[in-house]
Design a binder for this molecule. Structure first.
Ligand code: BGC
Ligand code: NOJ
Length: 808
């Protein structure tokens, strides 16, 4: 069952009923200022850091779900309603929400009045702009009242939801004509305030929440709206809000637009005040002046569309299946941008107060982002690397505002360092920018202790080699990719966090997954070493990888699949000898991607075992059998009820590893089937089961052990986006940048007979046409009319266009 449809030409998903199975959200903003917005207008916005600079309040896990947002209430002759349906929930004659790329337009109609609200964060602007257009669809003149509404957050979102003894007394605002200023804590250490203005004279306003709603009323019963009468309240402590009242008269067929701006403003310390107690409003006025007319909003929208057209033209595909095309051409890269911007901080499942930027996560996010805005990827790489410790280990997380490692979570996740190699390699393959390897980058943000970026990669690589366990496999530390496989934790106390508790000294527990990751990263690392002129290091690295592959085949092979790990006591994890958790997905995917056991046949056996034991119609589960009791020696993985999250859920992030692994073996149909099983556009038709947005990946789909098998959770912020981008575009459609050229090596399912890919890379354009007979091995590649050996097309000069024909 569907709740809307894709509009591919407009690059929008059009939701046609407000009663979606869950709030379906979108993101506004591209670089510094962001908003989360649901299909009914719920959500919040923040400047750069969702915890420390939150402009508007949002209550997670609320009843009903998703109340709180930017709302435009209409009072129409005693009747009142909201165009997004919620929070008033009066029946609408028509509802439509168009989630587009960095904008959302919500339209509601009731009794012949249409209200359309367009939300965007214009490029290079620290503000949400809302254009509200009211249209009289009837035959007689009418007058209505429009009430805007936002609830301010007292900046620190954690404090805001916990520290009421203080923050019920700190709230302060100023009102100046049609503009409301939220200035809590500006009197002391803050140099920023929020501004909420509209481009028209107001008939009233409110800034005090209780005055607006009435103490005992719900969101849908605001007394100001119900009575059609603002209180002109000025908040003093308690809960500051912003609400304007506009009186609107409309002739038959007439429409009028109003532009609201909700922005963030910073002043230099010496220019904070206009006069004692009165904030300096100059920069706010400049901001508002940029959006005084509907035309200015149109221009800002056009810029956003151009911005996305430019980015999406880096890779476009025509496969003959609109569901594949819309994932590849629109929604998957869009989600990659969102995950790059947010890391794992702010979504409807991540509260924006808990987690900073993950070292592992941010590196993987780069895989899907480097082609979009390479300059930003470069900056991100240098930021991440600067948090690495001198011994190559890494803070697991860092804060976006300070760019410093986060001490609360600390380090010791032994896969972390290797992801830096994967991220940097992806960036250099895309751009050819080897100069980044020579950048001087601090360790642990200490300007006195620095090394080149290449030196950082070297420390990453050697961190694995320097931390091996009894079998010669990498030590796992606190955990590896699977944050919940906590083999040194041994926690018996419910109040201990799994991720930071280490009750045993971790010198025995080993990870086959890290071994696979290490072997996978080694050729890239060696190539980069060579490019730097370190031929010996390159040679050593290749040897180390070959050795590690041997160790995996010797100590990490269980007979029909790769083992997952050895625990603290040297017992196998992910073996047929285990009572539960006999086979895990991660090492099967990553070891085969790394090429381990491809020649000896183990790779094929491992993937056949995945299909036989882990694959379901909704995707591949993480392991089987699920853990049915708490295993103190395994940690958090065994805490989840069977079928959820890391305990045998379908972790969409590592499904594409198996997809890619299948292409390593040349099994295109199987690869494509796996890819389709979690791809949102393919799951759209079962939205009532999947429940989350059909235009972005979720982190998890409940596995077959769960009563709610097939139901997704944790939409948007997941490495799933980047990895599926890699799987479909680089391995199934098979067009990927390498150091020496563009690889064209499709591994297609029989259902795709013809394929066209246009790829812009390093200043040139490559037009690839593939005919798939399923029979031609090796592929035949013709470049600009001339047959070539192999599948690597050398880089063309900047400005060039290269025509590539491939027959497979
Ligand atoms: C989740 C993991 C997550 C970890 C770190 C765990 O509870 O299951 O998916 O990576 O927390 O925040
Ligand atoms: C989510 C985390 O963000 C990611 O880093 C981790 O790899 C997965 N969960 C699996 O535990």
């Amino acid at each position: 069952m569907r709740f809307g449809h894709f509009d591919d030409d407009a690059r929008e998903y059009v939701i046609t009923t407000p009663r979606t199975p869950y709030p379906w959200i979108n993101y506004l903003g591209t670089e510094q200022f962001f908003g989360l917005i649901s299909h009914s207008g719920g959500g919040y916005c923040f400047y750069r850091d969702a915890r420390f600079r939150r402009l508007t309040r949002y209550r997670y896990n609320n009843v009903p779900t998703d109340v709180g947002g930017r709302y435009y209430f209409i009072h129409d002759g005693g009747d009142f309603w909201t165009p997004g349906w919620a929070p008033v929930k009066r029946d609408l004659d028509r509802f439509e929400c168009r989630h587009g790329l960095s904008y959302t337009q919500i339209t509601g109609e009731r009794n012949g009045l249409r209200a359309e609200v367009l939300h965007l964060v214009p490029l290079a602007t620290n503000a949400e702009v809302h254009r509200v257009t009211l249209k009289n669809l009837g035959k007689s003149p009418r007058s209505a009242k429009l009430f805007s509404f936002v609830e301010f957050c007292l900046w620190n979102a954690w404090d805001d939801q916990t520290n009421y003894q203080r923050n019920f007394s700190t709230g302060e605002v100023e009102v100046d004509g049609s503009t409301i200023y939220h200035k809590t804590e500006y009197r002391e250490r803050r140099d920023h305030y929020a501004v909420y203005g509209v481009n028209a004279p107001v008939a009233g306003f409110d800034t005090d929440r209780e005055s607006f709603f009435g103490l005992w009323n719900s969101w849908g019963e605001a007394q100001v709206v119900a009575e059609g009468r603002s209180r002109d309240s000025v908040a003093s402590g308690w809960a500051p809000i912003g609400s304007h009242q506009l009186a609107v008269s409309l002739a038959p067929g007439e429409e009028k637009s109003f532009v609201f701006v909700l922005g963030y403003v910073e002043n230099p310390a010496e220019e904070k005040w206009e006069r004692p107690g009165v904030i300096n409003k100059t920069p706010a006025r400049e901001l508002l002046a940029r959006f005084q007319s509907a035309d200015q909003v149109d221009a800002a929208m056009a810029e956003i569309r151009d911005y996305w057209s430019g980015m999406l033209s880096k890779y476009t595909a025509r496969t003959g299946d609109p569901r594949v095309d819309r994932m590849v051409n629109i929604w998957n890269p869009y989600q990659c941008m969102v995950t790059f911007n947010m890391s794992r901080s702010a979504s409807y499942f991540e509260t924006g107060i808990g987690r900073g930027m993950g070292f592992r996560d941010s590196n993987q996010d780069l895989l899907g982002f480097v082609h979009l805005v390479p300059e930003r990827a470069r900056e991100r790489i240098l930021d991440i690397a600067a948090t690495q410790f001198p011994d190559g280990s890494a803070y697991h997380q860092y804060q976006p505002l300070t760019k410093r490692g986060n001490n609360d979570v600390g380090s010791g996740f032994n896969d972390d360092p290797v992801w830096l190699i994967e991220g940097v390699a992806a960036y250099i393959k895309e751009t050819g920018d080897l100069s980044i390897l020579k950048e001087d980058v601090p360790f642990d943000n200490d300007p006195k202790n620095t090394g080149t970026l290449f030196e950082h990669l070297k420390r990453s690589f050697h961190h694995v080699l320097n931390n091996r366990g009894p079998h010669g496999l990498p030590l796992i530390g606190r955990a590896d990719w699977n944050d919940c496989l906590n083999l040194n934790c041994f926690s018996e106390q419910p109040d201990e966090p799994f991720q930071t508790t280490g009750n045993r000294v971790g010198k025995t527990a080993e990870s086959v997954f890290i071994a696979g990751l290490f072997v996978h990263s080694a050729p890239d690392y060696a190539d980069l070493a060579e490019a730097m002129g370190f031929a010996d290091e390159a040679k050593d690295a290749r040897e180390a990888a070959a050795q590690m592959s041997q160790v995996v085949l010797e100590h990490g092979w269980d007979g029909d699949w790769f083992l997952r790990a050895y625990d603290f006591f040297g017992q196998k994890v992910g073996s047929r000898e285990c009572e539960e958790g006999q086979i895990f997905i991660e090492p099967q995917g990553y070891c085969v991607m790394a090429g381990i056991g491809v020649e000896g046949g183990q790779a094929g056996r491992a993937l056949d075992s995945v299909k036989a034991r882990l694959a379901t119609a909704h995707g591949i589960v993480l392991h089987q059998p699920a853990y049915t009791r708490y295993h103190v020696e395994l940690g958090e993985i065994s805490t989840y009820p069977p079928g959820y999250k890391e305990n045998a859920g379908i972790f969409c992030h590592n499904n594409p590893w198996v997809t890619i692994a299948e292409t390593v073996l040349g099994r295109g149909d199987q690869a494509f089937d796996y890819w389709k099983s979690t791809a949102p556009a393919f799951r759209e038709e079962i939205s009532e089961v999947h429940r989350l947005e059909p235009y972005c990946y979720a982190q998890m789909i409940a596995g077959r052990d769960a009563p709610r098998h097939g139901e997704a959770k944790n939409a948007w912020l997941t490495g799933t986006a980047a990895w599926n981008w890699v799987a479909i575009t680089q391995h199934i459609l098979g067009v990927r940048p390498e150091l020496a050229g563009l690889r064209v090596s499709p591994c297609l399912p029989g259902s795709i007979g013809e394929l066209e890919v246009t790829r812009q890379c390093r200043g040139a354009e490559y037009r690839v046409k593939v005919t798939n007979s399923g029979k031609r091995k090796p592929a035949r590649v013709v470049v600009d009319g001339k047959p070539v050996e192999g599948t690597l097309v050398p880089w063309a000069a900047e400005g060039g266009t290269v025509k590539i024909e491939v027959a497979v």
